[in-house]
Ligand binder design. Structure first.
Ligand SMILES: [Zn+2]
Length: 379
């Protein structure tokens, strides 16, 4: 009987402690990297473009735990960035176009904002407008992704510590003078205590002070592809470095979301050179995150995608990387599964085939966030 009791206790403990001995709250910092439109073809094309061809190693390839994400939307097997990012942000499947709300409009909690409630610093970085779907799903609740000014206002109301990307138009920045128009939302941001930077030099030169709240809007709409980046635009890596410097000042830890946004755009236009440029830049940011996590135990790095874009396939070539050919099946999103990569405490919990909604649920468990997923209180 004693051994039976011991077995029961062991089973209960195994259920309580997911992934073996790791306790809840073991993860202090989370760096969530989303490659928008990043499927297996995109990753393979990036690897093949490096000097050793098929023998090359991306930073992604060094991540010890990998899984697969089933990412369909509630109303369509082909998802979009809004529904997929809502799944990643809230743990709920919803319809395409919706941000942080269920199909019936019920607003739901974002893991990033729950982390903020815990006293962690928070930041978001993207190469498209900050009002674009992926980031917005972590910060706002909106029935449709197209309500850009309302989304911009709601992003400011979320009071995250770092906001870096494009989208100056939505915040009322004059595209020529880089100064606020009258009534601009950016004026409200300044009142809230944000420091505003408008170009690459401003971002790189600024002093990082304790409790800095930083908003950087580097272009009116979406930023350029990395291979044709303007001198006034920082790279995704430069933005990620600055964001990490700001959020890592908090002893309680942080939740940092970084999107390789324009992998998707290169997929929509079937532009292989731009795609590889975007992927290699994103992979450098993966390297930055892994370096930080190695130096700072308690940091979980999760890399995934919302969906694949373009149906990119490698169709031929030499392992040396010579004569690589490729084809595209679409100029839109496809319904293929997408990868998950993880590093850090609890990383083994991101293996196997997961529903996309399960990814934030597991991150929340590891961070010690209870009652997640959940609707917003009082709604
Ligand atoms: Zn897209």
């Amino acid at each position: 009987m004693k051994s039976v009791r011991r077995l029961v206790i062991a089973l209960v403990l195994a259920l309580l402690l997911p992934g073996g001995a790791l306790a809840e709250g073991a993860v202090k910092n989370v760096i969530l990297l989303i490659g928008d439109g990043m499927g297996f073809g995109q990753i393979t094309a990036a690897r093949l473009s490096l000097a050793q061809g098929a023998y090359s190693q991306l930073n992604l390839d060094t991540m010890p735990y990998t899984g697969l994400s089933i990412n369909f939307a509630a109303n369509n097997i082909i998802t979009d960035s809004a529904a997929a990012a809502t799944a990643l942000a809230t743990g709920f499947r919803t319809e395409t176009g919706r941000l942080g709300v269920l199909p019936d409009g019920t607003p739901v909690q974002s893991i990033l904002l729950r982390a903020k409630e815990m006293g962690k610093k928070t930041g978001v970085v993207a190469t498209v407008s900050l009002t674009d779907a992926t980031l917005a799903a972590f910060l706002v609740n909106a029935d449709h992704r197209a309500f850009e000014r309302e989304i911009a206002a709601a992003i400011l109301a979320a009071e995250v510590d770092v906001l870096l990307g494009g989208g100056g138009d939505a915040f009322g920045i004059n595209p020529f003078t880089k100064k606020p128009k009258s009534n601009a939302l950016i004026l409200q941001a300044l009142e809230q205590g944000y420091t505003f930077v408008a170009d690459r030099a401003g971002l790189l030169d600024m002093e990082i002070t304790p409790d800095l709240k930083l908003i950087g809007l580097f272009i009116g709409g979406d930023m350029s592809f990395d291979i044709t980046r303007l001198p006034t635009e920082p790279s995704l890596l430069e933005m990620a470095e600055r964001a990490l410097q700001v959020v890592s000042q908090e002893p309680q830890g942080f939740f940092l979301l970084i999107e390789g946004s324009r992998i998707d755009r290169a997929g929509h236009t079937n532009s292989i050179k731009e795609l590889i440029g975007e992927m290699l830049m994103f992979d450098q940011v993966v390297g930055l995150a892994l370096d930080f996590a190695r130096a700072n135990p308690g940091t979980l790095v999760v890399v995934t995608a919302d969906h694949e874009t373009g149906g990119l396939a490698i169709t031929g070539g030499n392992p040396s990387g010579e004569g690589v050919t490729h084809g595209w099946a679409a100029t839109a999103h496809t319904g293929s599964m997408v990868p998950i990569y993880a590093f850090g405490p609890g990383a083994e919990r991101f293996t196997g085939t997961l529903q996309i909604t399960e990814i934030p649920v597991r991150i929340a468990e590891l961070m010690g966030i209870g009652d997640f997923p959940a609707a917003k209180e009082g709604q």
